[in-house]
Design a binder for this molecule. Structure first.
Ligand code: AMP
Length: 604
């Protein structure tokens, strides 16, 4: 398939037309200084000045050449941040563009340019399928321990602060390529991939999946970069704020004046720095020392998170072209089994045509490879897969997951028995389903074997009392309750509830809640499911990734999209609330594995 790949930055627009089969490039285009005076378009081997006050005009100027390189069958767009919702390449249709717009605060420097490029190409090429391919998506598999920042619950959940990771298409591409070069299955290798360019990151790939990476919430963290510092003591930012630096001034320092540029005092381009260091320039030498020291540390730390290392990959501008950086980065990694062959390292040359060079010594336990990255090809192949319909999934693609702790629903009559005549439930905090809330009130569950105290009551009151517990609770209480949909209580066991003002013996009502997804009719249409369907949902990116079968779909206008599982189920997959799940298809292009079930009308 011939695919146009567009990578639009804040002031540039890059485009490649590629054959996804053999990876050949038909045409490469770069427009520089978009939105500024003096824009230049480089098309193939020629350059010319153009008028490009915005991305739409820049694209229009080079469009005839791109179309001529066709026939184009799809457009792949590099999108730097997919947030929590976009964890796979996504067809741009419906409200996807709006949803991407909502992610701008996560990547304010990059996403507006990405979106401007998408908008311009949707207008210019409306008949083609457009696919967003995310830098962050490859890292959706980061286990919880790796993606979690040690911050308060308020910041982690409320403000959504977590590690995302970037350069996904590059890490994905070079680790797959390393495996094919070594004639291994990528799942049998523990690989550290070092993408070292203007932006740099390292990534630990185990079982073919990203399990740790150096960049975080934004592409500022991790390794030293051309103009960005990488990891810093967070106190540095506080110090600057308290000494009169505005957020914008700090932003400029961190994005434009730090890293190699800041250390060397001039350029962030390693070629200049290497030249100056050879002439004895001390800041240039320091820049190289700090860069390679941090790189060595990062490689070792990535290897430690996999408890070992089989393959080390260097890629991107610096990784592919700088023997000195590779040699310095590896010099202290002998303890990990890394040993370079100095001649092979010095002579390594890679290109799209000859994309792998092996530079490890023949006695090195770890294979060290230089691999030419090809982000455009990786994006083109992802776009082709989606465009050809094999993995076409409508939006919203992922489903937030809420973990329900044990809880009790009461009738008004029960409320008055347990809490006193005339008592009404006191809302404590709203729940995600509209109109539902957790109450200040709690009750004790008195089982035949043991008691569980202070179980939260949920409001509003219902037509029947219902006690929802996890399997572990059942063992503890000494009760054998069935897995049931909410409201389906016939034949379920009872239990005694104890409140501050009285006891209530329920004849029935204890259930282990059937895992289920709440969704609106529109969500159901997007996912291609109906009320009472049973589907499979894949959840968790970490080592305990799980496919939950027998997930009940519940559709109602009053619902908000969310899957509910209990604490046992969440623990089995090492999940916490908000982790996205994904409807699983039986086969590429096939229909959801589902069967219809009967149960009583949904109880909102
Ligand atoms: P990228 O972002 O992958 O295009 O990488 C760009 C960076 O690669 C440049 O800023 C240079 O620092 C670096 N680079 C490119 N060629 C060389 C080279 N021959 N030697 C050292 N560094 C290089």
């Amino acid at each position: 398939m011939k695919v146009l790949v567009i990578n639009s930055g804040s002031s540039s627009l890059k485009a490649d037309v590629l054959h996804t089969g053999d990876g050949t490039r038909v045409l490469s285009v770069l427009v520089e200084r978009v939105g500024q005076p003096g824009a230049v378009a480089h098309v193939g081997g020629t350059s010319r000045s153009i008028d490009a006050p915005d991305h739409a005009r820049a694209l229009r100027a080079v469009l005839p050449a791109l179309i001529q390189a066709g026939p184009l069958e799809a457009v792949g767009h590099r999108v730097v941040h997919g947030g929590e919702s976009f964890t796979a390449p996504t067809l741009i249709e419906g409200d996807v563009l709006d949803a991407l717009g909502g992610l701008v605060p996560l990547a304010p420097l990059h996403l507006p340019g990405n979106l401007a490029g998408i908008q311009a190409s949707l207008e210019a090429l409306p008949e083609l399928p457009h696919v967003a391919v995310f830098d962050t998506a490859f890292h959706a598999s980061l286990p919880r321990r790796a993606r979690t920042y040690p911050l308060s619950h308020e910041l982690r959940r409320g403000a959504g602060l977590r590690k995302y990771g970037f350069h996904g298409p590059s890490h994905h591409h070079v680790t797959r390529r390393a495996a094919t070069y070594l004639q291994s299955d990528v799942r049998d290798l523990r690989i550290v991939s070092c993408h070292l360019g203007n932006g740099s990151s390292a990534c630990a790939v185990e079982l073919g999946r990203s399990v740790e990476t150096t960049m975080g919430l934004t592409p500022l963290g991790g390794l030293v970069m051309g103009t960005r510092p990488g990891d810093l003591d967070p106190g540095v930012i506080l110090h600057l704020l308290r000494h009169g630096y505005s957020p914008d001034a700090i932003d400029a320092q961190l994005h434009r004046h730090s890293g190699l540029a800041g250390l060397s005092g001039t350029s962030g381009d390693l070629r200049d720095i290497l030249e100056r260091s050879q002439q004895g320039d001390d800041p240039a030498r320091l820049a190289i020392q700090v860069f390679t020291h941090r790189l060595t540390q990062a490689i070792a730390s990535m290897a430690a998170s996999m408890a070992g290392l089989d393959v080390l990959v260097f890629t991107a501008g610096i990784g592919q072209n700088s023997p000195i950086v590779r040699q310095r980065a590896c010099a202290k990694l002998g303890f990990l089994g890394v040993r370079l062959d100095d001649d092979l390292n010095r002579d390594a040359k890679v290109s799209h045509a000859h994309d792998v060079a092996e530079i490890s010594h023949r006695h090195s336990r770890v294979k060290v490879l230089v691999i030419a990255t090809d982000e455009s090809l990786a994006i083109a192949r992802d776009a082709a897969k989606i465009a050809s319909g094999h993995h076409k999934v409508s939006q919203p693609r992922t489903i937030p997951i809420a973990v329900s702790a044990r809880h009790v629903h009461l009738t008004q009559e029960a409320v008055e028995i347990l809490f006193g005549k005339g008592h009404t439930l006191t809302p404590r905090n709203p729940l995600s389903q509209p109109g539902q809330f957790a109450c200040e009130e709690t009750v004790d569950l008195l089982g035949p074997r043991r008691t569980i105290e202070r179980v939260r009551v949920l409001g509003p009151t219902r037509r029947a009392c219902q006690v929802e517990v996890a399997r572990t609770d059942e063992f503890f209480l000494g009760i054998d309750a069935p897995v049931r949909a909410s409201g389906d209580l016939d034949g379920t066991p009872g239990i005694t509830l104890r409140g501050p003002r009285g006891k209530l013996e329920l004849k029935q009502g204890v259930i282990c809640a059937w895992r289920h997804i709440h969704m609106t009719p529109q969500d159901a249409e997007d996912f291609g499911v109906k009320d009472r369907d049973i589907v499979e949902v894949e959840v968790g990116g970490g080592p305990r990734r799980l496919i939950f079968g027998d997930v009940l779909v519940r559709v109602h206008n009053s619902f908000a999209l969310e899957m509910h599982i209990d604490t046992d189920e969440a623990n089995a997959a090492e999940l916490d609330s908000g982790t996205p799940g994904e409807l699983v298809r039986a086969e590429a292009g096939g229909s959801l594995r589902r069967r219809r079930v009967l149960y009583d009308t949904p109880v909102p």
